[in-house]
Every structure is written in C-alpha cells, then in structure tokens.
Design a protein around this ligand. Structure first.
Ligand SMILES: *Cc1c(COP(=O)(O)O)cnc(C)c1O
Length: 191
C-alpha cells in the first residue's frame, strides 16, 4: 500500500511525505534497499511532526467530512450552483456502489459548477476570505481552486472533457473551521 502523507496524514499543508507498507518481509527488504539507493529518507523534524499528527487524523477527517457534507448538501440547493459533485449526492448506481464499498464517510472534497462559466467561477473565488485560493487538499484550512487553470492545466480539451472538468468547475477542500461560517461565506460569494 502506498499513501501520501502530504495531505490528510500531515493535515496542515506544511510537509511532503509518503508511506509505503508491505506485509511480505522480502518485499520490505527490497523496498528498504531501494529507499537507501534513492536517498528519499524523511528528515527527523518532519518525522516528529508527522508522528504527532497521527493521533488527530481520524478526528480531523471526521470533522472535515461532516463539514463538507453539510456544505455540499446546502450548496446543491443554491440557484447559482448548477451542479455539486460529492459522494453523498451521487445518483448514478455504479458510483453509489463504489462509494458504499470503499468508504466509511463521504470525505472533505467537493466540486461545484458555478453559473457564469469561467468568469462566474473566478468571481466566486475572489469573494472568499476564510477559504484560501490554493491547490492543495486535506489540510485543516479550507482551500479552493479552479482545476482547469491550475491542477489540470496540462490536460488537452479532450482529456478535460473526459474528466468532467469544465470552465465553471471549482474544487473545495473543506477544513476544520465552523461549517456555518464557510457556508455563509460561500453563499455570499455566490450572490
Ligand atoms: C499533493 C501535493 C504535492 C505532492 O504530494 P504527494 O506526497 O505526492 O501527495 C506537492 N505539492 C502540493 C502543493 C500538493 O498539494
């Protein structure tokens, strides 16, 4: 199993790390050898930071997921929001099956399509204060971004369309702030 520790495990968008786990001792030995060759060994201070954050990862993720679910379900009813993409709002049977088989709760990431295309999306992003405009995810601070011009700017028009990334799409990684403050801010920015 390979995990990114950069996102939820780190939780504060302040370190880059990963974890590779195996149960087979021979595989672990091979991996350890490869790690020694590549030299990608985490610094002591980052190990210390990461270790102290493991005790709160479940608490943070639980709060972030609850926040995101409340926000996603409210924003889905907003007149200026054309579409909200979030696991608790899935309607497609295959998506629901995957969600129920692979997740315990819907998580802290949601995307929405705002009325008014790229201009509408940018105006929405400019209207936010608590939520910061940045491309990372999984931290305690709420981050928002416009995927087409940031995280997915390298994709061709065909790839963007296949991935469902439109000009009006905004991604939100919900943090641990109070969900009512965030919802109020999102609603105000939409208006
Ligand atoms: C996710 C992310 C990375 C890469 O981290 P991984 O450990 O590969 O997941 C690097 N920089 C930023 C800003 C990121 O959000």
């Amino acid at each position: 199993a390979i995990y990114s520790a950069t996102k939820f495990l780190g939780g504060f968008s302040d370190l880059l790390a990963g974890a590779v786990l195996a149960s087979d001792p021979e595989l672990i030995q091979t991996l350890t050898g490869m790690r020694a060759l590549l030299g990608n060994i985490l610094q002591a201070d980052e190990c210390w930071m990461l270790d102290s954050r493991l005790s709160t990862v479940a608490l943070r993720m639980n709060r972030q997921s609850k926040n995101a679910q409340r926000i996603a379900e409210q924003l889905a009813k907003h007149v200026r929001v054309m579409r909200v993409i979030y696991p608790s709002l899935f309607t497609d049977a295959a998506q629901i099956e995957i969600r129920d088989a692979q997740t315990d709760y819907p998580g802290s990431l949601l995307s929405l399509e705002v009325e008014g295309g790229k201009t509408g999306a940018f105006e929405f992003l400019r209207g936010l204060k608590i939520a910061k405009n940045a491309v990372s995810l999984g931290g305690v601070e709420t981050l928002v971004c416009h995927p087409m011009t940031t995280t997915h700017s390298e994709l061709s028009p065909e790839e963007l369309s296949a991935a469902g990334i439109t000009e009006s799409l905004v991604r939100i990684s919900v943090g641990t702030e109070h969900w009512r403050d965030l919802l109020e801010e999102f609603t105000r920015a939409l208006g």
